[in-house]
Design a protein around this ligand. Sequence first.
Ligand SMILES: [Fe+2]
Length: 445
Amino acid sequence: MVSLCWLVLVASLLGWLAVARPAPLLAQAGGVAWAWSGAITHESATVVARVADGVTGARLVITPDRAGAEADAMTVPSTGMAAPDAHGVIRFAVTRLSPATRYRYRVETPSGERLDGRLRTWADGPFSFRVTFASCATTASNSRVFDAIRSMTPDLFVHMGDFHYLNISRNDHAAFRRGYDRVLSSPRQSALYRSTPIAYMFDDHDFGANNADSTSASGPAAGTVYRERVPHYALQPGASIQQSFTIGRVRVIVTDTRTARAPVDADRPRTMLGEAQVRWLEDEFEKAKDAPLVIWVNTVPWITKANEATSEGWAPYAEERTRLADRIEALGLTARIVMLSGDGHMSAIDDGRNSAYMSGRTPATRGFVVAHGAPLDRWTRTKGGPYSHGVSRRNHQFGMLDVADTGTALDVTVSVRNGTGGLVPGLQLSLRCEKDACVPVSHTQ
Ligand SMILES: [Fe+2]
């Protein structure tokens, strides 16, 4: 117990030092400190940029990524420059893009300084694409794993939290802003986030302290600064930042497991998502019931050992987990869901053998596919399980999901990649999704 107390004390001190550290000297960084894109659809995108201190405006120039396309360039705003908010951030909402088209963009200041990026819009119908997913990187990490992810040329990078480990436990907006500035100024992370759009959901260490929940004083600041600085999809009324979107024919649902999470406390109802988000999620499953594939981004471990007194992942919220599993099962969606998760500092794949939590299940009942991709750059630790395809407990890992849509069926491969992009042996699962179910076609054990 004494050593645990020391560990907590040292971790808190390190966290405080990290928060107290000044932000990068953005005034010296040139005109545009960072930029990233997200909220991609078949016709629109959002680019968010941070200009250096003292820069009064910037504009976005976006051009189809093909030779001779300069005449098709669009600028946002159409004339002049957009002014930054009080903290140097500008949000560019881009519309009237063409579907399934690669674009290059640049954010440029009145004096001509610029930062460049790329994105690809989705198709409004059958569409083949690649998603990479991961979580957990030491604050402002400049690991080569970010180059490895970029080298896979994904259409989307899903960041599932622990974007930094500042452990900000106060309602301190400035500290969260410094967090974004530090991470997005890391050269390799900057290069990745400018090469591919992101969908980012925070987890505990980038929302508050370890295991943070709705009682964390940091919650309002985490949510407010997320809204200021992240290119996100439409948000719902209320504090939680869950989102949903469609890539081609695939529905993607991203849940927020921190903002409304009740502490594990005998006097309070046990909820991971909060009642409003649970209802929203049930409604989202209903709306997705005809989709050939649903990707559910759930940051924390879904699979936890049945008879273990553990506080990991969904274990303390087993009642809510069964409520959601029952809803999914009633809609006939179980065989069409792939869950992407982080949190555990490990990677793992389960083909559904261990993920069934619906009422009345037997040992033979199948759940949905669960894939963990982590850690980006952090010490290792296994959480949850068991997982049918096993666990890779190594640093510098990420997950990858490939979808090839033939128009009548989806060929889906989920895999785990090492720090140079290579396949982690055994951690690959292929599915064919047609006729209301995704069926494994081959997998490596
Ligand atoms: Fe983590």
